[in-house]
Design a protein around this ligand. Structure first.
Ligand code: GLY
Length: 270
């Protein structure tokens, strides 16, 4: 069996146009370049997600959906490593790259989740780089992006030692202010352990109640292949529910989505 030296998968969200796969491709390359230069899987997935947040075609960062009031953008992001570290932010406003705040929570706080103004204050205290995305500028960004109907972007990676996963979301189109989906909860949108990493995308309420990422990881623990688990995951939901996911182990990977999804992968064999 050939094992990966390093590997990374990226996706641009459930429902994203597969013709836009150049976005996740560039993100995967940026993440792999970091791992090749000795940085960790966590650094790789955070950087890959940051690239996707900077791409207005996808529903994260500059491409985020507007909330029900037609003017506010509230963002969720999370990251996790296979040594049980987790960091997330929810309902953050005025920030282009909430994934940087989520990584800050993982690395520099005793908490797993910070929300709203508290997350912004934490970023300031920790001198985390914050590119403003606010008010009219944020709204313009969302309008320019054509308010993409796709969902959360994500990445999973393996650096030869640890797995990591990261997600970032502009939320559901026209969602109520303060609504939070699956992204910032461990085991819901993402999960990592010693044998692999899972990142989900789609209708957050449905993903969260099934604790989908942890459920899928459990199937890997039982010996199922990534190819089989991504297919089985879709069968848990009615046809009307939009779902996609990417799964990585030490020697295999797979992706699946009900309504199409732009995604990409890069692997290096030992
Ligand atoms: N999957 C992202 C959300 O529902 O917010």
């Amino acid at each position: 069996m050939k094992l990966f030296q390093r590997a990374i998968l990226t996706h641009a969200g459930a429902g994203s146009d597969p013709q836009n796969s150049d976005g996740p491709q560039s993100a995967a390359k940026a993440g792999m370049d970091l791992m090749s230069s000795g940085q960790s899987a966590l650094d790789a997935v955070v950087h890959a997600v940051r690239c996707l947040e900077d791409d207005p075609r996808f529903n994260a960062g500059v491409g985020s959906q507007l909330r029900a009031d037609d003017q506010t953008i509230q963002l969720d992001a999370s990251c996790m490593t296979s040594d049980e570290k987790f960091g997330a932010v929810a309902c953050v406003e005025g920030v282009q790259n909430p994934i940087d705040l989520a990584q800050g929570v993982l690395l520099h706080s005793p908490y797993i989740l910070m929300v709203g103004q508290g997350a912004r204050a934490f970023a300031d205290e920790q001198n985390i780089r914050v590119i403003p995305l606010g008010g009219a500028a944020g709204k313009k960004a969302a309008e320019k992006s054509g308010t993409p109907s796709c969902d959360t972007v994500g990445a999973v990676a393996y650096d030869g030692k640890l797995f990591a996963a990261a997600l970032s979301s502009g939320g559901l189109e026209k969602a109520a202010l303060g609504r939070v989906g699956d992204v910032p909860f461990p085991g819901c949108g993402l999960f990592c352990g010693p044998i692999g990493a899972v990142a989900c995308t789609g209708d957050g309420e449905f993903i969260a109640v099934k604790v989908l990422a942890r459920e899928v990881y459990g199937w890997l623990e039982q010996g199922m292949s990534p190819g089989d688990v991504v297919q089985k995951a879709l069968t848990l939901f009615d046809d009307a529910v939009d779902i996609g996911l990417i799964v990585l182990t030490k020697n295999e990977f797979a992706s699946s989505a009900r309504n199409g999804m732009a995604w990409s992968h890069l692997t290096e064999i030992k």
